[in-house]
Ligand binder design. Sequence first.
Ligand SMILES: [Zn+2]
Ligand SMILES: [Zn+2]
Length: 464
Amino acid sequence: MCLVTSSNLSIGPPVKYSWLGIKMFLKLFKQLRSILLGEKMNTLRFLGACREVGRSGVLLETGSEKILIEYGIKLKTPEEGGEPKYPRKVGTDLDGILLTHAHLDHSGFIPSLYHQGYKGYVYSTATTFDLSHILWKDTVKLARLKNHTMHFFNSDLNRMKRFEHRVTYGQQFEIENCTVEVHDAGHIPGSASLLIDTGEKRVLYTGDIRTTDTQLLKGRIPNFRDVDVLIIESTYSDRIHPPREEQERELADRVRETLDMNGIVLLPAFAVGRSQEVLMILDKYNIDAPIYLDGMAIEATEIVLKYPEFLRDPKRLERMYSRVKKLRSNKERKKATEHSSVIVTTSGMLEGGPIAYYIERLYDRKDVSIILTGYQVKGTVGEILLRTGRYKKENLNLKVNCFYEKLDLSAHAGRDELFDYVKTVDPEKVYVVHGENCEGFAAELKDGLGYEAYAPKAGQLFEL
Ligand SMILES: [Zn+2]
Ligand SMILES: [Zn+2]
């Protein structure tokens, strides 16, 4: 009897099939198959958030459909001055607009398309639409106040409401021949990652993501299948977050120490997401003092509570929100600072909002703590305070004698989580956007993990 096996037939050294080689072969096979079957070419044009954070926008074209994924703005710091920066222009002949979440760097320029005459749908979650509307209204107000070019008006915001198509996590919907799946992105309430199946390609657009838990939201990587193309944010691709629990405890300790001195704690926070997260942390550590909420954070928290299905523990936030006192006038603000208290207010980088009222009156007091709860962009009032110890705003230049510090309560995935995300999704191609280190991260994905990875430039077109 003659036994023939592949091993005893081989001549010379055994051939090693590397994973990279197999991937390359599969890719060539797929391309050849597409050509033979006459499949349509899918393209991506990157309109913004290219090698920077801000003004996100990607145009996905399939040959028959044109889908715009986000259209945001980039606000300038007072040092830079002037009007916001906008993404590359796009026509209004679109089949649909997809929006991942309310932050203005993703949503801020969408109303301008309705102003220009777009009459199609924009798809997002209920929380995102409601939060976006308060931010859009504020944008109109600020543009008018600062004498900036008006790209849309309140009338456009009212008119676009009937084109808003509300979707939720786990839902699938169609835009012409494309199917879109909505997944929880764990970033802020209502934030979504979108998986678009064009028939030829499955494109996953992450939006902003957080894959580990916060007090407000559950973080995780959804179970995506067969993703060909991944477009991923990379805000923290070069930084590892300190342990979350440690940061929370630090916040609670500082609050307690200040209250023990009969002092006042100022917690400047972004209205959307961070203010609610800070309230949840104060609740977790049973902070026993009068807690006040001020500015746009009040309206944002009410919206967030309107859609409890997007929250990790809505009952806790509800309990905390009913406990906190809401401040709406300077008279109430003055009263709140006449005793020991905790004040959560906007804006997160001290650029505007009621925080100015408090700092301008309390900057000299040693029993006051200012705890910055978010990333401070270079050149903002908050970043200048951390760097110089001075509060510089318009014609004020004050030496701050309060205690001040910044904690990392980020709503973004850190470096390690971003790598895990890419490996879990395991796409054919990766486009890295929304970061200062896009090129570095793309190079690491390419050289270290063997992915076909790009850091697109604004305006660049890619065939998928
Ligand atoms: Zn965001
Ligand atoms: Zn963003």
